[in-house]
Design a protein. Structure first.
Lengths: 152, 124
């Protein structure tokens, strides 16, 4: 019983996200607790370490909102993000606030932009299982009039 | 093994109790002489800015709301409608700090927090 439990826990915590399947979760409880109150837990794998560093050093002015944390929690989450971050240039920040939605990868994937009434911060509007870190095609529900074009 | 799990749960419960509070207990730490009507005015006021507490928490604090930017669901704020509210001192301080900065561009005073609680506690 005990060994089964351990095996299940190991499988759950180390199951690698397969490249291209757009499934990034599950995320650690401390990350969900602090970073998924106002929006879904954004996948750490979609921004580079320098990008996350920029986000975490300006939490008191987080895209117009005060998202400040106490020093201990901030350090724990910053450390997690540094380790889980992307190492790919396409996920690098392009401006001072390091919005994930301004990375080359995001812009390419979400071109052309959906209607303005659906803010990009609201992933679940189209990625219906985004709250679980699942951005796969099977859970994608595109807004009316928006056609997704696969581009290289 | 069963005993170990049970004792672990007991420890967790004790640990939780050590830092838990109730809305009324928390309010008492802020002082006294609070007014629900002042709290309601405070709740609905935009304080010279773009938004009020009601912008995200809705006109009725017993109802669920949505985040103004991300549209993520926000659970009811009134303790009568959501028993988890105002039961963790850490969370209370974290959210007062953030939301007071967002709405008032400054920290809230103990008087304002106490009035705010007084208003929320009148909601059944």
């Amino acid at each position: 019983m005990k060994s089964l439990l351990i095996a299940a826990l190991l499988a759950a915590s180390t199951a690698p996200a397969l490249a291209g399947d757009h499934r990034y979760g599950p995320f650690p409880a401390h990350y969900v607790e602090e970073c998924a109150s106002c929006h879904v837990a954004y996948p750490p794998q979609l921004l580079t370490a320098p990008g996350w560093q920029r986000v975490m050093t300006q939490l008191d002015r987080h895209y117009g909102i005060d998202a400040s944390l106490d020093a201990k929690r901030r350090a724990t989450i910053a450390d997690y993000l540094q380790h889980a971050a992307s190492r790919k240039d396409k996920h690098a920040p392009t401006e001072a606030t390091a919005r994930m939605t301004n990375t080359p990868w995001f812009i390419r994937e979400h071109w052309p932009t959906p209607p303005a009434k659906t803010p990009f911060a609201n992933c679940t509007a189209c990625h219906t299982a985004a709250d679980k870190g699942d951005y796969s095609e099977s859970s994608l529900k595109l807004p009316a009039g928006f056609r997704h074009k696969e581009r290289d | 093994m069963k005993f170990r799990i049970l004792s672990g749960l007991a420890l967790l419960a004790l640990g939780g109790a050590a830092s838990a509070t109730t809305p009324a207990e928390f309010q008492a730490t802020l002082g006294g002489g609070f007014s629900a009507s002042r709290g309601e005015t405070f709740y609905r006021n935009t304080h010279g800015g773009d938004c009020s507490c009601a912008t995200c928490h809705t006109d009725n604090p017993a109802a669920g709301g949505n985040h103004a930017v991300t549209k993520k669901a926000i659970k009811p704020l009134a303790p009568a409608a959501n028993a988890e509210r105002f039961t963790s001192p850490e969370k209370i301080e974290k959210w007062f700090k953030r939301n007071c900065n967002d709405v008032l561009k400054r920290a809230c005073t103990p008087q304002e927090k106490g009035d705010f609680l007084a208003f929320l506690l009148t909601i059944k």
